[in-house]
Ligand binder design. Structure first.
Ligand code: NDP
Ligand code: MG
Length: 381
């Protein structure tokens, strides 16, 4: 592994991926953002990529002027980001947030680039299409999400799928663990943004508070590991030390452990199958003393089972659930709806969605936009 492209380089995962690139001396061929050009300019001056792409065309034009003294070519819009994904590179790390990451993932696959995937919405909304295209093109999709990296690591050396009984995803439980629905009626955005263990972008932090994140991860795991949803379980593990587990048919359970630090799964996705030193702290189990595991409260955190229903129904239901959540998550962050409205939005959209196969980008994007419209209609905003 020598060269990489980072999509979403200005975000939480993107900046940590640049820490790894710096440490491992990777050549960074392209960097992208949505609108943050100040940080992108700093990254351009340090990493000297061939291409920098900004989704917002006006901001791209501003950046073009700012970095006119460098050799970096600045592209704009979704096409610019897809062009970055298609550069000749050993890996494309996709750390864009939301369904905006789907087309760039497909573009990377078309170009035959292996992908380190943080953008879980790619697989939630477009799992069938993405995994089919990746197989056709012989493209590897390596998980960056910590739970999926843990499962991937725990599957190394496994004789095959027939030996796996179930996958167990761990969940921190988020800031509202132990609360009842009633307690959650009036929680604020600020409270929801206080994640106990991880520092992440705003959207995924809210997804962790609703536990929609775990539902999305269940769907992500189903596609990444080709497992039916009924063979994927969830356990709340407050300490975020055991990142996930694989139970084999002989009832042996293999897990991956470590202090919570995303630079470990990011680096593993980039250097697989090799392992190198990492900036993460060493795990000293004696310092933790007690690790706890328990069933999630599925009534309070109803998003988990809504996602389970969506993947079980198949077709574009997961894309609809994802679109509804993206829209509602944003409305909540803007102070326009309440915390519990997010789960109601996902549930309402799933009830009104009609089956369509998930084998074309058109169907996926149609389900996504219908879901968003429905959410805005539900809350009159
Ligand atoms: P952030 O919000 O911190 O960063 C998102 C990145 O995507 C930024 O570079 C942002 O640019 C860019 N972006 C946002 N919208 C668009 C768009 N419409 N088109 C192109 N680029 C866009 O998110 P995170 O880093 O937290 O998360 C990224 C992905 O990784 C998500 O799918 C998340 O679920 C997943 N993930 C994150 C983890 C974490 O620890 N953060 C852990 C596991 C998974 P700009 O800065 O200009 O807004
Ligand atoms: Mg995760």
């Amino acid at each position: 592994m020598k060269s990489m492209v980072i999509l979403g380089s200005t975000g939480s995962i993107g900046t940590q991926a640049l820490d790894v690139a710096r440490l491992r001396n990777f050549t960074v061929k392209a960097l992208t953002s949505n609108s943050n050009i100040d940080l992108l300019e700093k990254q351009i001056r340090e990493f000297k990529p061939e291409i920098a792409a900004v989704a917002d065309e006006n901001r791209a034009a501003e950046l073009r002027i700012k970095v006119a003294d460098t050799d970096t070519k600045v592209l704009g819009g979704e096409e610019g980001i897809c062009a970055a994904a298609q550069l000749d590179a050993d890996k494309v790390l996709n750390s864009i947030v939301g369904i905006a990451g789907l087309k760039p993932t497909l573009a990377a696959i078309e170009a035959g680039n292996d992908i380190a995937l943080a953008n879980k919405e790619t697989l939630v909304a477009g799992g069938e299409l993405v995994t089919t295209r990746a197989k056709e093109k012989g493209v590897a999709i390596l998980p960056v999400d910590s739970e999926h990296s843990a499962i991937f690591q725990s599957l190394q050396g496994s004789p095959g799928k027939q030996s796996v009984k179930r996958l167990i995803l761990t969940a921190s439980g988020g800031p509202f663990f132990g609360r009842t629905r009633d307690d959650l009626k009036d929680v604020t955005v600020e409270q929801a943004l206080k994640h106990p263990n991880w520092s992440m972008g705003a959207k995924i932090t809210i997804d962790s508070a609703t536990m929609m994140n775990k539902g999305l991860e269940l769907i992500e795991a189903a596609w990444l590991f080709d497992m039916p949803a009924d063979k994927i379980d969830i356990l709340v593990h407050r300490q975020s030390v055991v990142h996930s587990l694989v139970e084999y048919v002989d009832n042996s359970v293999i897990a991956q452990l470590g202090v919570p630090d995303m630079r470990v799964p990011i680096q593993y996705a980039l250097t697989y199958p090799e392992r190198y030193e990492s900036p993460a702290k060493q795990l000293r189990l004696e310092d933790w003393k007690t690790l706890t595991f328990e069933q999630p409260d599925y009534d309070t955190f109803s998003c988990i089972n809504l996602c389970r229903q969506a993947i079980t129904k198949g077709g574009v239901y997961p894309a609809a659930a994802n679109g509804a959540n993206e829209a509602a998550n944003k409305l909540f962050r803007e102070g326009k709806i309440k915390f519990l409205d997010i789960a109601d939005a996902v549930s309402g959209v799933l009830d009104s969605t009609e089956f369509l196969p998930c084998d074309s980008l058109e169907n996926i994007l149609l389900a996504d936009s219908r879901a968003r419209e429905k959410v805005h209609e539900m809350f009159g905003c």
